[in-house]
Ligand binder design. Structure first.
Ligand code: FAD
Length: 391
C-alpha cells in the first residue's frame, strides 16, 4: 500500500477515536492496555460473574486473566453478532460443517470449482511473483492471485520458497507466536448431565457451561500449566449442541464438546502429548463429574485432541485455534507482520485470508471478506495509481 494511502487510513482511524468522548477514550485505553481481571474487578463484585466474562479473555489465549492485554481478548469474543444480536454466539444447525457446506453451495452458484483431498505442496512462483499452486500429486494450477487461509507459519515455512521472502519478514514469521493452550474433546453421551446445583434439564444446558468458578481459579490454572503442562483443576467449557439440534444424536442421546483451556502447547522437558493425552482427557471428564455427578458414566465415546493433534490434523501450529496469539504485537496493523495487515504478502500475487490475518481468529468471515477486497482491487485496472479503502 502506498505510504500516502496508509497515512490517510491512519488519519481516518484517528478521527474516529477523536470522535469518542473522554470516557469512551478512557474505556478504549483500558480495553487495549489492561488485563481482563483488572478491568472486571473494577466493575463487578461477584466471582461467578467475573469468571463468566473472564473466560472469554482466556479462550484461545494461553495467559492469565490478569495478563495485560487480556481485556482485548475479551473484547475480541464479543465483536460479532448472530441473527442480529450483537456480542452473541450461535450454534450452526447441522454442526459446524453446515457453514462450510453453505459456503460450498454459494461457490457452486458462482461456478467455482472446489477440490477436496488435494493438499497443496508448494506456492508456484515465477520471477518473484506467486502465479499458482502445485498440489502434492504434482498438478499445477495457475492463477492470477494465490489466496491462502493457512496458518502464516505453515504457508511461509512449508509452501513458499524462502529465497523470495524478504529476510526480515521471514524472520518475523519464524518468531510469530502460536499456541493457544487448548485441549479439545468431543463426547457421545447416553444422557444429559445433571449438575448438582441445577439437576433438571433446562435452558442452562443449551448455553456454554463454564467450569472455572473465579478469575483466581483461571490464574492458577495458567500458572500450573506453565509449570507442569496442565492444571489439576482445569478450565472446561462444555457445550451440548444436541439440546438445540436433534439432527446430531439419536433420540435420548447427546453429543457434547469440552473446550478445555490452559494446557501447555509444548510440554515441559520436551515430553510428548501422546504419553499424556488420555490422562488429561480423563481429568477433563472427572472435572465435569465433580460438578455433575454421574457424568463420567454417561460417556459412551470420546475423541481427545491435544495441542499436537490440532497441529497435525488441522495445521494449527502449537495447536493455536486462532492461527497465532491474539497479543497486541500480532493484531491490527501487525497481523501477521507490521506492513502486511492489508492481506498482501511480500510476494506479489500472494494473499493471506485466514485467521492469521486481521482481525484474527473465529468463524467471522472478516479476514476473508477483507482479503477479497484487496484481491479485487489489485486485479482491477489501476486508475490514478490509487487503490480503494479496506473495510
Ligand atoms: C477446537 C477449536 C474450537 C474453536 N471454537 C470456536 C468457536 O466456538 N467459535 C469460533 O468462532 N471459532 C472457533 N474456533 C476458531 C475457528 O475455528 C477458526 O478461527 C476458523 O476455523 C479459522 O478459519 P480459517 O479459514 O482461517 O482456517 P482453518 O479453518 O484453520 O482452515 C485452514 C485449512 O487449511 C487446510 N490446510 C492446511 N495445510 C494445507 C495444504 N498444504 N493444502 C491444502 N489445505 C491445507 C487445513 O486442513 C484447514 O482445513 C475454534 C477452533 C478450534 C481448533
Amino acid at each position: 500500500m502506498p505510504p500516502c494511502r496508509r497515512l490517510l487510513e491512519a488519519a481516518a482511524l484517528g478521527r474516529r477515536v477523536a470522535g469518542l468522548d473522554q470516557a469512551g477514550r478512557r474505556d478504549l485505553l483500558d480495553l487495549f492496555a489492561k488485563s481482563a481481571g483488572d478491568w472486571l474487578d473494577g466493575w463487578f463484585e461477584s466471582d461467578p460473574i467475573k469468571a463468566l466474562f473472564g473466560f472469554d479473555s482466556v479462550v484461545g489465549n494461553y495467559a492469565s486473566p490478569y495478563t495485560p492485554g487480556s481485556a482485548y481478548v475479551l473484547l475480541h469474543h464479543v465483536f460479532g453478532e448472530v441473527n442480529g444480536k450483537r456480542g452473541a454466539w450461535g450454534h450452526a444447525l447441522g454442526g459446524m460443517g453446515a457453514i462450510t457446506q453453505a459456503m460450498a453451495r454459494a461457490c457452486a452458484e458462482q461456478g467455482v470449482e472446489i477440490r477436496l483431498e488435494t493438499p497443496v505442496a508448494q506456492v508456484l512462483t515465477e520471477k518473484g511473483r506467486a502465479v499458482g499452486a502445485v498440489t502434492e500429486r504434482g498438478e499445477v494450477v495457475r492463477a492470477r492471485a494465490v489466496v491462502s487461509n493457512l496458518h502464516p507459519r505453515l504457508l511461509f515455512e512449508r509452501l513458499v520458497d524462502p529465497a523470495i521472502v524478504p529476510t526480515d519478514f521471514g524472520e518475523r514469521i519464524r518468531r510469530y507466536a502460536s499456541g493457544s493452550g487448548t485441549f479439545r474433546m468431543n463426547l457421545a453421551l447416553s444422557e444429559l448431565p445433571r449438575f448438582a446445583c441445577l439437576p433438571e434439564p433446562g435452558d442452562h444446558l443449551t448455553a456454554g457451561i463454564i467450569i472455572a468458578p473465579s478469575l483466581g481459579y483461571m490464574d492458577r490454572a495458567h500458572a500450573q500449566a506453565r509449570l507442569s503442562g496442565w492444571s489439576s483443576e482445569p478450565i472446561v467449557e462444555m457445550l451440548i449442541p444436541s439440546t438445540l439440534d436433534d439432527s446430531l444424536a439419536p433420540p435420548g442421546r447427546h453429543v457434547a464438546s469440552l473446550f478445555c483451556q490452559h494446557v501447555a502447547p509444548q510440554l515441559p522437558d520436551g515430553e510428548s502429548w501422546n504419553a499424556h493425552r488420555d490422562t488429561v482427557a480423563d481429568l477433563m471428564i472427572e472435572t465435569v463429574d465433580r460438578y455433575a455427578p454421574g457424568f463420567r458414566a454417561s460417556v459412551l465415546g470420546r475423541l481427545a485432541l491435544a495441542p499436537s493433534d490440532l497441529e497435525e490434523r488441522f495445521g494449527l501450529i502449537g495447536g493455536d485455534i486462532f492461527h497465532g496469539r491474539l497479543t497486541l504485537d500480532q493484531l491490527f496493523s501487525a497481523r501477521p507482520v507490521l506492513g502486511h495487515a492489508d492481506y498482501r504478502m511480500p510476494v506479489p500475487g500472494l494473499y493471506l485470508c485466514g485467521s492469521g490475518a486481521h482481525p484474527g481468529g473465529g468463524v467471522t468471515g472478516a479476514p476473508g471478506h477483507n482479503a477479497a477486497r484487496s484481491v479485487l482491487t489489485d486485479l482491477q485496472p489501476r486508475r490514478f495509481g490509487l487503490r480503494s479503502r479496506q473495510a
